[in-house]
Design a protein. Structure first.
Length: 132
């Protein structure tokens, strides 16, 4: 039996994670989860990271405009069993992955970095290094 090499395994993790992300996005977009909070918010599933054994999936989510992020995360976590069943039915894997929902902080980090770069002292320093 051939053992998968690291690049093969990482490509597979990315592929499966993207399939899970797509399925979760579709479920949330169509309003298949009967939850009052989720019905009121557009939720983006920005990334899904799979564990090496494909038994765990961490979904990073962001509600539109970042509104009511805690309430949306709570609603997703309350509906995890339903979402896991739906993902298992639509993504063919040996085991149904256990889902975990986290807020995607990358947008906030990007905004923070952009704000820092726009500060006059930083902009001046950047101009000094670029010019000479």
């Amino acid at each position: 039996m051939r053992d998968s090499t690291t690049p093969d395994r990482s490509v597979r993790l990315l592929r499966v994670g993207e399939q899970v992300r797509h399925v979760l996005s579709e479920i949330l977009q169509r309003g298949d989860v009967h939850d009052e909070t989720l019905d009121k918010h557009l939720v983006s599933v920005t990334e899904v990271r799979m564990s090496p054994d494909l038994r765990h999936a961490t979904a990073f989510v962001k509600p539109l405009l970042g509104r009511d992020e805690d309430a949306v995360l709570t609603a997703l976590r309350q509906n995890t069993a339903y979402l896991q069943r739906e993902v298992a039915a639509r993504v063919k894997m040996k085991y149904a992955a256990r889902l975990k929902f986290l807020a995607d902080e990358s947008f906030d980090e990007g905004t923070h970095i952009d704000t820092l770069l726009r500060q006059p002292a930083v902009a001046r320093d950047l101009d000094d290094t670029a010019g000479g």
